[in-house]
Design a protein around this ligand. Structure first.
Ligand code: SF4
Length: 399
């Protein structure tokens, strides 16, 4: 049965869709197709084969077939605002363009008043604050409790999705608390969910090269597990295109779905490529469009138990994000309005994209925009305000 949340029995739907020839004519993809069709799982070994397989169009078609079976033509988005609490960080991950040392001329830390001030201009049109930042050397849990309490007092209808696993670990250490008690206190103060950033690649040899000092793979998964067991939903991410191998990308996906088998607390998976420059990780190379689309499609194929795959527009840009929606992604990162981490890393994704524009982007690929809340529990079909005239191509100016 189909609702705005998608098909309740997507496997049945999967079996009713026509098999594209790019799949049926390919031995590996036919094997994957029949496994999925019979309710089976793509093993880690098969996942590794997919990352190394030459038939990209077949892989993309399979990703799209699964997306269509789950959500038909629906594409989800929300109206959110990114607020970065501080760019001061005690770590120095090699890929990070955002962090600053405490004495840097551009270093900043938002106090509660500044934090509320950033939300104020957008408060009547957003339903989520996405809030992450560096590991501040002085802030303890009381600072975050105050941020969330005051935000909820002023904007009770705006949900707070905040803090990556390493921020939780840092706050717990600074405050002399267990991870569990840290999460309980933050949740009591108003934290609604965790965004999932910082997973990078969940293989410690890779982490030691790109983000030494950050939480280990096991710690990342354990912090999310504790959150899930407390009833706090989280997202999970993958930063690819640094120094990992293709096999390690598949291992990353396999680790996430194993935890999801246990807890069922991940709502959404957000893969995004590293945006290199000459100073950070010079050994990395900008992922090609083919590579990005392959990752999106294989994520959809392997992550059979994580409901949503997000096209992270802030990193991919609108054009690539709209292609990602045709190969497995079903969710588009929201209106955002303000964002620093990807912009500092070199992204030129537009920040001034309102709901009407997002819905035009979704409609441009023959899909239907569905507005959702942070927790994916409320859905409504989005109707644009703009007239049909806005869909016409601009007429070239006459000389
Ligand atoms: S990625 Fe996060 S933890 Fe690492 S340096 Fe940047 S702000 Fe700090």
């Amino acid at each position: 049965m189909s609702t705005l949340a998608g098909f309740s029995d997507w496997n049945t739907q999967f079996n009713e869709l026509e098999i594209p020839i790019s799949i049926s004519s390919d031995t590996l993809l036919s094997e994957c197709y029949y496994l999925i069709s019979n309710g089976g799982r793509i093993s880690l070994e098969l996942g590794i084969k997919l990352f190394n397989h030459s038939n990209l169009s077949g892989i993309l078609a399979l990703g799209n077939l699964i997306k269509k079976s789950r959500y038909g033509n629906y594409v989800y988005f929300n109206e959110n605002l990114h607020v970065n609490t501080t760019n001061i960080c005690i770590l120095a991950c090699r890929f990070c363009a955002f962090r600053k040392g405490p004495r840097h001329s551009e270093a900043y830390s938002l106090n509660v008043k500044d934090y509320i001030k950033q939300i104020m201009p957008y408060s009547d049109r957003i339903d989520e604050i996405h809030s992450v930042g560096g590991l501040h050397p002085e802030w303890k849990i009381e600072h975050y409790e105050e941020l969330y309490r005051e935000s909820k007092k002023k904007y009770p209808n705006i949900m707070i999705k905040s803090l990556t696993a390493v921020e939780i670990k840092h706050i717990a250490n600074r405050s002399g608390l267990s991870i569990q008690n840290t999460l309980i206190r933050l949740s009591d103060a108003g934290l609604d969910s965790l965004p999932g950033g910082g997973a990078e690649i969940l293989v410690d040899t890779v982490r030691n090269r790109i983000c030494r000092g950050k939480e280990s793979s096991e710690e990342y998964l354990n912090i999310h597990k504790i959150a899930h067991n407390l009833g706090i939903s989280t997202n999970c991410t993958m930063l690819f295109g640094t120094v990992e191998t293709l096999d390690e990308r598949a291992i990353h996906l396999d680790k996430l779905r194993k935890l999801q088998d246990e807890t069922n607390g991940f709502q959404c998976f957000v893969p995004y490529p590293f945006l290199p420059d000459k100073s950070r990780l010079p050994e990395a190379q900008l992922a090609t469009l083919n590579e990005i689309l392959r990752v999106i499609a294989i994520s959809r194929i392997m992550l059979d138990n994580i409901p949503h795959i997000k096209a992270y527009r802030m990193n991919l840009g609108s054009q690539t994000a709209s292609l990602a929606l045709l190969v497995g992604a079903d969710d588009l990162d929201g209106t955002v309005s303000h964002e620093e981490i990807m912009q500092e890393a070199g992204s030129n994704a537009r920040l001034d994209t309102d709901s009407d524009e997002l819905s035009r982007l979704i409609e441009s690929i023959d899909s239907i925009p569905i507005k959702r809340n942070t927790l994916y529990t409320e859905f409504s079909r989005f109707q644009r305000k703009l007239s049909d005239d806005s869909r016409r191509l601009p007429i070239a100016q006459q000389a």
